[in-house]
Design a protein around this ligand. Structure first.
Ligand SMILES: NC(=O)c1ccc[n+]([C@@H]2O[C@H](COP(=O)([O-])OP(=O)(O)OC[C@H]3O[C@@H](n4cnc5c(N)ncnc54)[C@H](OP(=O)(O)O)[C@@H]3O)[C@@H](O)[C@H]2O)c1
Length: 310
C-alpha cells in the first residue's frame, strides 16, 4: 500500500510517500480502505518524537489517528462490520506505528462507527479525535442543562466542536475564547466570543455578570487560559484540560486523554449528519501534501480542521 511515513523524527520534511506492506487483519480488526484522514496536533507531536516516552514507537511510522473510508474486509470476530460498510474512526492503538495516512488501515472494532447517510466523507474524517475530545472533556465536567460553559480555544479543531457539543448537552450559555479574527465564527457556533490574551479573566467575568464565574471550563490551549480557569469556575473540579496533565491536576481540575469510543463517535456522527453540529474544514490536502498540512497546523491558527484526501 501507499502511505505517508517517516523513519526518523523531526520537521515536516521527514515524512514521504512510501510503498509499505498491506496491514494484517486480526480476528476482531477491520481493514479500512481510506478515503480521507483528519489531521490533528498529536500527529505532528508524534512526528517530532514528543510522544516516545508515552507509547512504544516503531519505524517505519505512518502518522494519523483519524480516518473515514470503506470496509475492505472484516476479521472473523468483527461482526459489527462487513465489506462495503462506510465507517469513520479514531484509530489510536497501544503502539504507534501503523496510522491512518495510508491507503489501508487495520482498525480495531472499538475504534470505529458506521458513517450515517448525510455525513460526507471528508467531514467524517475530520470528526473523530476532535469530536470525541470535546465530548469526553465536557462529560468529565458533568456539563448539562442550565450550565454556563467556557471553552478555551473555541475556533480550533476541538474547541469549535466543544461549543456545539456543550449546547447539545443542554448548556444554557457558552463562552468561547478566540482572536478577534475568529469572533464572528465563534458567534456563529452559538457562543459568546471572548478575546484571548491579557485581561481574559476580567473579560469573562464581565460578560458572565453576577459572581463573574461559570459552571464549567474546558481548556484546549493551556498556558494563560488554563491559569485563568480556576478563578473563573465555581467548582474547580468542573474544569478540564486536555493539553498538559500536571498544571490542571494541581489546580484541582481534571485531565482528559481522549479514548476510542464507538458509542460517543456514533452520538457525534448522528448529530453532524443531521446538521445539529457543524464541522468546519479550513483546507483539504492531497495525501502526499501531508507535510504542508503539518506546517500549517503547527502555526497554531487553523480554524476548525485540516483533512487529507486520498
Ligand atoms: N489530551 C487529548 O486527548 C487531546 C485531544 C485533542 C487535542 N489535544 C491537544 O489540544 C490542543 C488543541 O487541539 P486542536 O486540535 O483544537 O488544535 P488546533 O485546531 O490547532 O487549535 C488552533 C486554534 O487555537 C486557537 N488559539 C491559538 N492561541 C490561542 C489562545 N491563546 N487562546 C485561545 N485560542 C487560541 C487558534 O485561534 P486563532 O487563530 O484565533 O488564534 C486556532 O483556531 C493541542 O495541543 C492538542 O494536542 C489533546
Amino acid at each position: 500500500m501507499r502511505a505517508v511515513a517517516l523513519t526518523e523524527y523531526g520537521d515536516a520534511d521527514v515524512m514521504s510517500v512510501q510503498e509499505l506492506p498491506d496491514p494484517l487483519v486480526g480476528p476482531d480488526v477491520v481493514l479500512v480502505r481510506v478515503a480521507a484522514v483528519g489531521v490533528n496536533p498529536v500527529d505532528y507531536k508524534i512526528r517530532q518524537g514528543k510522544l516516545r516516552e508515552r507509547f512504544p514507537h516503531h519505524v517505519p511510522l505512518v502518522p494519523g489517528w483519524d480516518v473515514a473510508g470503506t470496509v475492505e474486509k472484516a476479521g472473523p470476530a468483527a461482526t459489527e462490520f462487513a465489506a462495503g460498510d462506510e465507517v469513520l474512526g479514531y484509530v489510536r492503538k497501544d503502539h504507534v506505528q501503523w496510522g491512518t495516512y495510508a491507503e489501508l488501515v487495520a482498525a480495531p472494532v472499538r475504534t470505529l462507527a458506521h458513517r450515517p447517510p448525510g455525513l460526507e466523507v471528508v467531514t467524517a474524517a475530520a470528526l473523530p479525535l476532535a469530536g470525541l475530545t470535546a465530548l469526553q472533556a465536557l462529560r468529565a465536567t458533568g456539563a448539562g442543562p442550565g450550565d454556563t460553559v467556557l471553552v478555551h480555544a473555541a475556533s480550533g479543531g476541538v474547541g469549535h466542536l466543544a461549543v456545539q457539543v456543550a449546547r447539545e448537552l443542554g448548556a444554557i450559555r457558552v463562552l468561547g475564547t478566540s482572536s478577534e479574527r475568529n469572533a464572528d465564527f465563534v458567534k456563529s457556533l452559538g457562543a459568546d466570543p471572548v478575546t484571548y490574551g491579557p485581561g481574559l479573566g476580567d473579560r469573562v467575568a464581565e460578560l458572565v455578570g453576577g459572581d463573574g464565574r461559570v459552571d464549567v471550563a474546558v481548556d484546549f490551549i493551556g498556558g494563560e487560559a488554563l491559569a485563568a480557569s480556576p478563578a473563573l469556575v465555581r467548582d474547580p473540579a468542573r474544569h478540564v484540560s486536555v493539553v498538559d496533565p500536571a498544571p490542571v491536576l494541581e489546580q484541582g481540575g481534571r485531565y482528559v486523554f481522549v479514548r476510542p469510543d464507538a458509542e460517543g463517535l456514533g452520538w457525534l456522527a448522528e448529530r453532524v449528519a443531521d446538521g445539529r453540529i457543524i464541522v468546519e474544514i479550513q483546507q483539504v490536502f492531497d495525501l502526499a501534501a501531508a507535510p504542508d498540512a503539518h506546517r500549517l497546523l503547527e502555526e497554531g491558527h487553523v480554524r476548525g480542521k485540516l483533512v487529507l484526501r486520498l
